[in-house]
Design a protein around this ligand. Structure first.
Ligand code: ATP
Length: 349
């Protein structure tokens, strides 16, 4: 059994199912992201774990003991809210001390741990300030220190970087990841931001409509998406319809991959996995190949996006910047390793 186990968790509100049969095993010291679009049930899952919402079904186990019905304050979990939820009338030091005071820690113990917490999040010397006298990033750090000083069994972060500007968010991602690794603290991280999930976590659980669609490493999720939803939600993909023409003949796309019953399916290929080569370059055995005409080449800083019109529709190829982009209007061939193609059946609408 893993350190933290969620088994068959379900939460209903009336007839609506917010979380439907979520099972998840997390190892001690591991950081796992719950990634998904708004409304997919991420926060509800996190709150059930924290003891803030009671599940209708399912169990939760921490370090071998069942915690499903345990009240929140007995679970020893550190929760960082999206809004930080700092107490405005209390100093930074008192905010951080809050959980320790609640647990009846001695004054000297509190003083020591608050200083350690301040040092950990690099806020030494600011303990007398009020939250409103801090920047967003500093408030975020106070919330993190407050959650960590109780030495929680599990750290729960709910979209806790989403109020920061892009640059600060990036810095905090690395900082939180480094603290998480240094302390070896088991962490569950809710986000709808895929970069956050990819950079901050050991594994990612992609949620869709109250369920976990796929769980795996960043590479698993990105390179081997298990479902059509995962392929579309994480990263960018060229979606090429596998269709038959009016005479029932397979179109060009279908000849690229050996699939049966491709009537209602699409081929997914990441733009970064495709390469543009001269039409004169001979096809190699294990590469899929299409030809088309370049519509546009757009320089976007770290790469060039080339939009190509092929027989089955438009697709985008990402070339490293610095490589010579093909001229607009030119005929080109696009190649990619066959193994990089994924085929997903279209969902009935
Ligand atoms: P977001 O990223 O927008 O916070 P989320 O993935 O965290 O989304 P949840 O907040 O877990 O999603 O909500 C899941 C579903 O449950 C949503 O459809 C939401 O409207 C519904 N829901 C959440 N809380 C309640 C509630 N108290 N009463 C009724 N429905 C709720």
């Amino acid at each position: 059994m893993s350190y933290l186990e969620l088994a068959g968790l379900q939460k209903r509100y009336g007839n609506a199912v917010a979380v439907d049969d979520v099972s998840l095993s997390v190892e001690q010291g591991e950081s796992v992201a719950l990634l998904g679009p708004s409304g997919c049930g991420k926060t509800t899952t996190l709150r059930m774990l924290a003891g803030l919402i009671e599940p209708n079904r399912g169990t939760m186990t921490l370090d071998g003991s069942e915690i499903t019905r345990l009240p929140a304050h007995k679970r020893n979990m550190g929760y960082v809210f999206q809004s930080y939820a700092l107490f405005p009338h209390l100093s930074v030091g008192r905010n951080i001390a809050f959980g320790l005071e609640e647990r009846g820690a001695s004054r000297s113990e509190i003083e020591k741990r608050v200083q350690e917490g301040l040092a950990l999040v690099r806020l030494g010397g600011l303990e007398q300030r009020r939250p409103k006298e801090l920047s967003g990033g500093q408030q975020q750090r106070v919330a993190l220190a407050r959650a960590l000083v109780i030495q929680p069994s599990v750290l729960l972060l709910d979209e806790s970087l989403s109020n920061l500007d892009a640059k600060l968010r990036d810095a905090m991602r690395h900082e939180i990841r480094s603290i998480q690794r240094t302390l070896g603290i088991t962490t569950l991280f809710v986000t709808h931001d895929q970069v956050e999930a990819l950079t901050m976590c050991d594994r990612i659980a992609v949620m869709h409509r109250g369920r976990i669609a796929q769980i795996g490493s960043a590479e698993d999720i990105y390179d081997r998406p298990a479902t059509r939803f995962v392929a579309e939600f994480v990263g960018r993909a060229n979606v090429l319809p596998l269709a038959r023409d009016a005479q029932g003949r397979a179109t060009v796309w279908e000849q690229l991959v050996p699939v049966e019953a491709a009537e209602n399916a699409d081929l997914f290929v990441r733009p970064q996995r495709m390469r543009i080569v001269p039409v004169s370059e001979p096809a190699s055995g294990d590469a899929a190949r299409l030809t088309g005409r370049v519509l546009r080449s757009v320089f976007v800083g770290d790469h060039v996006e080339v939009l190509v019109e092929g027989a089955g529709g438009q697709l985008t190829v990402e070339m490293p910047s610095g490589s010579a982009a093909p001229a607009e209007g030119s005929e080109v061939a696009i190649v990619w390793p066959r193994a990089e193609s994924r085929v997903f059946v279209r969902e009935a609408s």
